[in-house]
Design a protein around this ligand. Sequence first.
Ligand code: PBG
Length: 309
Amino acid sequence: MHPGIREMVRETTLRAEDLVLPLFFDERISTPRMVTSMPGVQVWPVEMAAQRAKEVEASGVRAVILFGIPMEKDEKGSGAWASDGVVQRTIRSIKEATGLVVIADLCLCEYTSHGHCGLVEDGEVLNDETLILYGRTAVSQVEAGADMVAPSGMMDGMVQAIRMALDDAGHERVPIMSYSAKYASSFYGPFRECADSCPASGDRRSHQMDPSNAREALREMELDAAEGADILMVKPAMPYLDVVRDARQLTDLPIAAYQVSGEYAMLSAAMANGWLGEEAVLESLLSIKRAGADIIITYFAERVAKGLR
Ligand code: PBG
């Protein structure tokens, strides 16, 4: 058989345009910081944002999602919506230097002294009071130049609150990519090392989902869609491919899947030992796309985009 036939009948292909690269910027550093649990990933000083973004653009990656670590944290996470906050400054530099699609992760956990995703009282996260701060953060990220916001705190009503805040500020056209089905997963461990966002006490089980539940994810996604989300996300990706598939069947909205830090760490460790070859990365991304994701957020984005070119 001609090998071209195998290509003609190929059902799923991966494109650089499908990928989003997460980037971390830390206001407290002046040289890049390595992340031991994520070989090849670095946390960057804000001053290097433009330079770093140009490299990313040259790889063929079209979109980045930004996380910031502020100089100072407080009870409320006020660095998240400061007009000269770490992410706002980073967005401005990247937009000035490149044509990348800039997505702002929207959460308070990197900005609060206690490391929780919202306001906390008596050890409990206050849902509704937190929504006001999410709205404020969204507006400030968009006014700095963000092309899309991605709320990751899983508070109830967060998409609607952000949509209303953005509309009121005249940003009706800015889309929201919601972390709709976000599991209370142990695969976020390495991320918490890079974002310095480990909860000081307790965990995120009050608002992140139980790994045992799949139907609940569909309810969360239906709610987010009804509140006006433009893209629905499932996170992590590989351990939740069934949920990605369910999401695909549930809605016509675009679906994003986040191949998280622990998935990256796992594959990287095996590759570093020679236990897996580099092709495992493509296979993992292809499996996520085959399950139904349109967009894949992955720390491998730059490496893979270079290979696809
Ligand atoms: C919260 C957020 C987290 C991740 C993305 N956004 C951490 C958490 O929920 O604890 C994890 C991403 C990863 O592990 O790669 N702002």
